[in-house]
Design a protein around this ligand. Structure first.
Ligand code: GTP
Ligand code: MG
Length: 333
């Protein structure tokens, strides 16, 4: 029965690709919007540099990793080497600097897991979150952007998966579901297994970074890899089907960890992720490519894993049987 289902799907799934591609196009930010974001970053950098000449403001997250939707918030990271001040002091002073610079809705969230300052720019209407010295996020942002340049299907797939996750409300880490960052990593992993993407961290390194005394290296000359996935001609809808089918029916939640660092599936046992430790439950295991002791699925609990798996199954079944999957998939939860 399984074989028949697979064949039935393979037969005509590709006809839906144009619909999914037009949804992708509608989500991509315009050139104009990207220019506005960049101008705001320049203006904020100037303002902050007046007070802290040696600091540097980095764009990270979806506005910089190429997986950002139109109208998404801007994630910024202030890199500053000031031994005198604690992170909280820096956040509070940053809030004062922004206030004096006429930015609006300023909030210093000093007690969050990652302390940030929130602000809104009245000229552009754009909202930003600024964190301090979280440089690993800047590095993983570059890794995601580098992967996106190798094969355009990654960006298309991840946009549709993120859009599905936001529509179905399974992109809310505070509710125990997965971050956008996790979904992009799940997409990279799928394309690595299908040899559409290589494993950049297993190749000879061309890019080296040190963050908090830890060294990271990977191959980043991605312009040399633009034909890497050309032997595989699967289209967007077929990859979407494969994504949901994998997470609904194939992934072994009791044994497996997905790892884009190795381009493989590794065992929970090997990582000692087989039981709950503190608040980390490891019910779905997604290894962070740089902080390898970090399971991006740790936020998922025994209630939200059920919701997630039901949503994966729902999506897989829609792609399998629904005559108009590009509508049903995104029906608001
Ligand atoms: P949207 O805002 O939903 O469009 O996506 P986003 O790409 O901004 O995603 P998200 O809010 O999940 O994360 C923002 C950035 O923070 C990511 O691109 C990563 O660089 C970083 N990040 C998020 N979660 C983690 C995490 O658990 N570990 C690490 N190391 N970095 C993370
Ligand atoms: Mg973001």
């Amino acid at each position: 029965r399984f074989q028949r289902r697979v064949r039935a799907c393979r037969y005509d799934i590709d006809q839906f690709t144009p619909n999914f591609l037009s949804i992708f196009d509608s989500l991509v930010p315009s050139e104009e919007e990207i220019a506005k974001q960049n101008q705001l970053v320049i203006a904020l950098s100037r303002l902050i540099n007046k007070e802290w000449p040696n600091s540097k403001l980095y764009l990270y997250g979806s506005c910089a990793n190429s997986f950002g939707f139109s109208n998404s918030d801007i994630d910024l990271c202030l890199s500053i080497d000031d031994k005198e001040m604690s992170k909280v002091d820096i956040i509070l002073k940053l809030a004062d600097i922004l206030q004096a610079g006429n930015l609006q809705n300023i909030q210093a969230l000093t007690r969050a897991r990652v302390p940030i300052v929130k602000l809104m720019d009245p000229d552009t209407g754009l909202s930003c979150d600024i964190c301090v010295n979280n440089l690993l996020a800047v590095v993983n942002t570059k890794l995601l952007r580098d992967y996106a340049q190798i094969d355009q299907r990654l960006r298309q797939l991840a946009f549709i998966v993120k859009h599905w996750a936001k529509s179905r409300r399974v992109n809310e880490t505070y509710q125990g579901t997965l971050s956008s960052y996790s979904y992009v990593i799940m997409c990279i992993h799928l394309l690595q297994l299908r040899r559409i993407l290589p494993c950049l961290q297993e190749m000879e390194a061309t890019c080296y970074v040190t963050v908090d005394d830890n060294h990271y290296a990977y191959f980043d000359q991605v312009d040399k890899l633009s034909n890497y996935g050309a032997h595989n001609n699967e289209t967007l809808s077929s990859l979407l089907w494969a994504f949901f089918h994998y997470w609904a029916y194939q992934h072994d939640y009791t044994q497996d960890v997905i790892s884009i660092r190795t381009g493989k599936i590794i065992s929970k046992h090997m990582k000692d992720w087989t039981r709950r430790v503190g608040n980390d439950r490891h019910l779905i295991c997604i290894e962070d490519p740089f902080e390898t002791s970090h399971d991006l699925g740790r936020v998922v609990d025994k209630f939200s894993i059920k919701i997630l798996r039901e949503e994966f199954e729902r999506a897989a079944n829609i792609l399998q049987y629904d005559p108009n999957p590009s509508v049903k998939l995104f029906e608001p939860y």
